[in-house]
Design a protein around this ligand. Structure first.
Ligand code: NI
Ligand code: MN
Length: 230
């Protein structure tokens, strides 16, 4: 299985014949290598919440590739109203897709779509995180969230192989709270996300790495790929 990081919270997971995008904030993502946009052909797109830096290019990509968008119900309804195929889910629910199992977790954050043209706000329900079980490899994408104690429960119930955790502070957990999240979740590996995209979320992933020396922290450069579970 291959995991590509595009910067911010955007990932691509390639497993077998499936291409799965998570929070594809690409066109307006200063960390994304723009020339690779047309090479993306997602079968599924998972979206944690309606903020522009997560919904990103979901609608364009889904239309172009006939992708299925997996998102919390209200957000899926909004996306589905734009002639995109969706699979609505909600917090605590899981579903077996052809590529693997997806379960939605809580995330302590907001979720609304703000229309850039007229600043109107469309409420898109609760934000979420995703627990993915792909060929028995468990990935937790926390979405945008502050630290919450139920991460302990998520860690107790799931042997997480890879946790994708925000460290950028201001809108989400900062480094100190992410260190506590790692203690609760007890993942084998961690990739820090949602930092250094904009000045407001400047953060030093090396500092995070140094605070949890017993854990494998993978600091991924944007637009690079790692292979796991092969
Ligand atoms: Ni957000
Ligand atoms: Mn965000």
């Amino acid at each position: 299985m291959k995991i590509t990081y595009f910067g911010h919270s955007a990932f691509m997971v390639e497993s077998g014949k499936y291409e799965i995008l998570i929070d594809p904030f690409l066109r307006n993502n200063p960390l994304f290598e723009q020339k690779s946009f047309d090479s993306l052909h997602p079968d599924y797109i998972l979206v944690t919440h309606g903020h522009g830096d997560h919904l990103g290019d979901t609608i364009e990509l889904a239309k172009k590739n006939n992708s299925i968008v997996i998102a919390p119900f209200e957000l899926a309804s909004f996306i589905g109203s734009q002639e995109v195929k969706t699979h609505p889910m909600h917090i605590g629910g899981a579903f077996q897709f052809p590529f693997g199992r997806v379960k939605l977790t809580i995330a302590v954050h907001g979720s609304a779509y703000i229309n850039d043209e007229d600043s109107s706000i469309i409420y898109t329900g609760n934000p979420c995180g995703f627990l993915l079980n792909i060929s028995n490899y468990i990935i937790y994408h926390a979405g945008d969230t502050g630290l919450f104690y139920d991460m302990k429960l998520i860690g107790d119930l799931n042997k997480i192989d890879l946790a994708l955790l925000p460290i950028g502070d201001n809108f989400t957990m900062g480094i100190d709270d992410a260190v506590k999240a790692v203690e609760f979740l007890n993942p084998k590996k961690i990739i820090p996300i949602h930092y250094n995209t904009f000045d407001l979320i400047k953060s030093d992933p090396l500092k995070f790495q140094q605070l949890i020396p017993d854990k494998e922290v993978i600091i991924m450069q944007p637009n690079t790929k790692i292979v796991v579970n092969d």
